[in-house]
Design a protein around this ligand. Structure first.
Ligand SMILES: *[C@@H]1O[C@H](CO)[C@@H](O)[C@H](O)[C@H]1NC(C)=O
Ligand SMILES: *[C@@H]1O[C@H](CO)[C@@H](O)[C@H](O)[C@H]1NC(C)=O
Length: 299
């Protein structure tokens, strides 16, 4: 008898429980039905988060890290012949770094840039990738930041320079195909004089002054990839017991090939101020590279 009674009680509880669940389920379905998809998604995500909610806020870093550090908008990628810091916002590099020597510029057997193809970079999250469609029909060249001509040791190394994460939109005629290419040649030629040539290359975004007002204005290809106003190269070579350096900042426009390279020479701080980067923070004093060798470009 006793066990029968308790079974009856359990059954009743189960009935009530089932009824309650049914009502709740119907309410949830009804409330969810009229909600837009993203709101349902949001509700679901918040439910998950709530199970791991912060209990202490004594350390603000720890508190934030429970939710996720938004990061600084950069991707760092190491490849065979260059390092890359990629700006997710602009979809162009913020800098590349290379180490050139006479030996590193000896072309490997069969290495040929016509074997390489431009490609989107799967190492970048898809929403931050620079796309082939951005450049297509834009009128801008896909300008290498770390040049293909510096990565000649293997076909694989050269192919890696063709990721769009290493590209910036460059004016083609008179810049990417001429003056900028001459500058790349000059940098390679330094390996004939110096045992090591270290090169930082990147785009710059420089405000333009009109009257008393500075504004930043540049096209954004396909609403995705920013067109830099300028490009820089910061060079470093060993000299004596220390180093020598030179920095060049060029506008992203047709440049007459007779223009002196030294007319684009700037104090490295000009590039630092525009970019937020700091070069050679571990080096104390630097000699002027252009007082040791002729800084000039030839066609
Ligand atoms: C807070 O936590 C972070 C990460 O655990 C730690 O690096 C930092 O030193 C802490 N700060 C303080 C003030 O305790
Ligand atoms: C590279 O390949 C192209 C096309 O196949 C060819 O015309 C060219 O001669 C090659 N260059 C070298 C240096 O082998």
């Amino acid at each position: 008898m006793g066990s029968f009674k308790s079974i009856g009680l359990n059954r009743m509880l189960w009935l009530w429980f089932g009824f309650g669940m049914g009502v709740m389920f119907t309410l949830v379905l009804q409330s969810a039905a009229w909600m837009p998809n993203h709101a349902q998604h949001h509700m679901h995500k918040r439910d998950i988060k709530a199970t791991t909610r912060a209990t202490s806020s004594s350390n603000l870093t720890d508190t934030m890290n429970q939710f996720g550090d938004p990061g600084d908008g950069r991707d760092f990628i190491a490849r065979d012949e260059y390092l890359l810091s990629y700006s997710r916002r602009d979809r162009v590099p913020s800098w590349t770094f290379e180490h050139l020597t006479a030996q590193s510029l000896v072309a490997g057997q069969g290495v040929n840039r016509s074997n390489s193809a431009f490609k989107e970079d799967p190492a970048i999250m898809s929403i931050f990738r620079s796309l082939l469609a951005d450049y297509s029909g834009s009128g801008y060249d896909r300008g290498h930041t770390a040049p293909a001509g510096d990565a000649v040791a293997t076909q694989e190394a050269m192919d890696q320079t063709f990721f769009l994460s290493n590209m910036s939109p460059q004016v083609g005629v008179g810049f990417n195909r001429q003056y900028w290419a001459y500058l790349e040649n000059f940098v390679r030629s330094l390996t004939g004089t110096f045992s090591d040539v270290y090169v930082y290359t990147g785009p710059a975004f420089i405000p333009q002054k009109s009257g008393t007002t500075f504004t930043m204005s540049y096209p954004v290809l396909n609403g995705n990839t920013a067109v830099p106003t300028h490009f820089y190269k910061v060079l470093l070579v060993p000299h004596g017991s220390g180093y020598a350096s030179a920095a060049f900042l060029l506008p992203n426009q047709k440049i007459d090939s007779s223009t002196a390279l030294t007319s684009f020479k700037v104090d490295v701080q000009v590039i630092e101020k525009a970019s937020g980067l700091v070069f050679f923070s571990k080096l104390s004093s630097l000699d002027d590279l252009c007082s040791l060798t002729t800084c000039t470009v030839t066609k």
